[in-house]
Design a protein around this ligand. Structure first.
Ligand code: UN1
Length: 513
């Protein structure tokens, strides 16, 4: 379908039944558990992977540890050169990899290609970063002493990625980690391992061409057990996990118990505030992209719109005009804007959330149906839903990973809207649409949005890689991608050097022996 055989050939995926890869070597599982991956778009089989065992995991960790000893001695700008080559390979493979992302995950082709572009962008960023892993220098209180700090590679970085951005979020972590001198072990979502296999093939070319040892970039396909093992493993000083808050709490607890580092990027409950001073034309576009893009399966998806009563009816009417005619269908078909949900469990969660929120008093305005008939045989396609609710409803407080948009009315000033926005357990992304400077500056101030991302006249999703990405509260507090997010992938060392003939002590302490 849609030339998928050709795509798989172009990507060189031969490792059917692979369970792990250390970059050059591939292995099946040491037992016979396997998983067949079907496209959420049409239910067809794309490939079969094996599920790694504890022994496979140990082998991969040991290979990674050995590779670290070499990789950390390669100068950072030379590591950047390898990442530059990876970026170039991704440019070469953008089309087939984007198609596979779209087919395996279900996001529309435009977004599949956008995801690969996000990988290319982070490669470029990491190349520049490889010459900018800066620490501070400071003045010592002691004469003829010098103080500075430096950043050293950390070691093995575990990356647990989610199905919704099967490759981009890995690349945010792996490309930064790579220039920092770390080696990575990637456990992709069991729902989307094939894009991981494809990326691993692309990496292998670069490793081979540069005669690098295996073990710098590793892939391990497995279930939650492998993730749990990684979290508990003291040989993995940093575990970066993207996914649900439920998963992240477990990983965070286990990593925390051994005093390791966890970088968590978990659930969001992202809101857009529309004040009476909003430019509604651009606001509506942002809301629709944010709410139905990726079929509501981004962690930055717009889940709530908090609308001033003066414009509430107008906004509702405009959304009600767009929602019923959204083109829903095969994500590889040009013109489709809404693809399928990842699987039927996700459809069940969508349906249940809508039933529950209505039981609480929510008013379903449009959508909510599971589509049937030609093109929808797989049972994974739904009509995005709009529901009028109150913010305190139990379901509104939850993140349902599906295209449900909650409309919430407010009548006071921007402070009231901010309080509603912040009145959830999650704190990832947020936005305000207003042309009134007092409102927008209040929103961005310390009394404003409590999220990791706060935008003005831009929606909640679709962040650029240059900024730090992540959020507060139950979102987990981690920051990935741009800005100085790289620091978490390194260990900081403070160095004091004495070039005098004396040994003065700090704080003026006298200690004569
Ligand atoms: C995610 O959903 O886990 O800002 C990541 C965005 C994308 C990344 C989303 N650049 O929506």
């Amino acid at each position: 379908p849609h030339g998928m055989q050709q795509v798989l050939r172009e990507l060189g995926i031969q490792a059917e039944n692979a369970a792990w890869s250390t970059g050059l070597a591939w292995g099946g599982a040491s037992n016979s558990r396997s998983k067949t991956i079907h496209s959420p778009a049409d239910g067809r089989r794309i490939g079969t992977v094996a599920l790694a065992t504890t022994e496979d995991y140990s082998h991969v960790v040991e290979t990674a540890q050995a590779a670290f000893k070499t990789w950390r001695t390669v100068p950072a700008p030379k590591r950047g050169e390898i990442v530059r080559q990876i970026g170039n390979k991704l440019r070469e493979y953008k089309e087939p990899l984007g198609k596979l992302v779209s087919y395996e995950m279900g996001k529309i082709l435009q977004e599949g290609l956008g995801e690969v572009q996000e990988m290319i962008d982070i490669c470029d960023f990491a190349v520049g970063l490889s010459r900018q892993l800066h620490g501070f220098t400071m003045h010592s209180e002691r004469p003829a002493h010098r103080m500075y700090e430096q950043y050293h590679p950390l070691g093995v970085v575990g990356i647990i990625s989610a199905f919704n951005f099967p490759v981009a979020v890995w690349s945010w972590n792996a490309m930064l980690a790579a220039v920092c001198g770390d080696v990575c072990i990637w456990k992709p979502s069991e729902k989307t391992p094939l894009t991981g296999v494809a990326v691993q093939h692309i990496l292998a070319d670069v490793l081979r061409e540069n005669e690098l040892p295996e073990g710098i970039f590793n892939l391990i396909i497995g279930d939650a057990e492998i993730g749990a093992q990684m979290a508990a493993d003291p040989r993995v000083p940093l575990v970066s996990a993207t996914g649900s808050t439920r998963m992240g709490k477990k990983v965070g607890e286990v990593v925390g118990a051994r005093l390791g580092r966890a970088l968590l990027e978990l659930g969001g409950n992202n809101a857009i505030i529309l004040t009476e001073h909003a430019d509604l034309d651009i606001a509506i576009r942002a809301i629709v992209f944010g709410a139905v893009g990726t079929a509501g399966q981004r962690c930055t998806t717009t889940r709530r719109v908090i609308i001033h009563e003066a414009v509430f009816e107008d906004v509702k009417a405009r959304l009600l005009k767009i929602y019923p005619s959204l083109p829903i269908g095969n994500p590889l078909q040009e013109g489709t804007l809404v693809g399928p949900l990842i699987d039927q469990d996700a459809v069940a969660a969508f349906t249940k959330a809508l039933a529950d929120v209505q039981a609480e008093g929510g008013k379903l305005l449009t959508g909510g149906e599971v589509l049937t008939g030609a093109g929808y045989e797989n049972g994974t396609y739904v009509k995005p839903a709009l529901v009028e609710v109150e913010n305190h409803y139990h379901m509104v407080q939850e993140e349902t990973f599906a295209p449900i948009l909650y409309l919430i009315k407010y009548s006071g000033g921007v402070e009231e809207a901010i309080e509603l926005q912040n009145g959830v357990r999650q704190g990832l992304s947020s936005a305000i649409f207003s042309l009134n400077m007092r409102e927008t500056e209040t929103y961005l101030s310390h009394t404003g949005s409590d999220c990791g991302i706060a935008n003005v006249n831009i929606g909640t999703s679709g962040a650029e890689i240059g900024g730090a990405f992540g959020g507060e509260k139950e979102t987990g507090g981690g920051r990935e991608s741009g800005s100085d997010a790289w620091r978490v992938y390194m260990r900081r060392q403070t160095n004091t050097i004495n070039y005098s003939t004396q040994l003065p002590l700090a704080q003026g302490i006298k200690f004569d022996v």
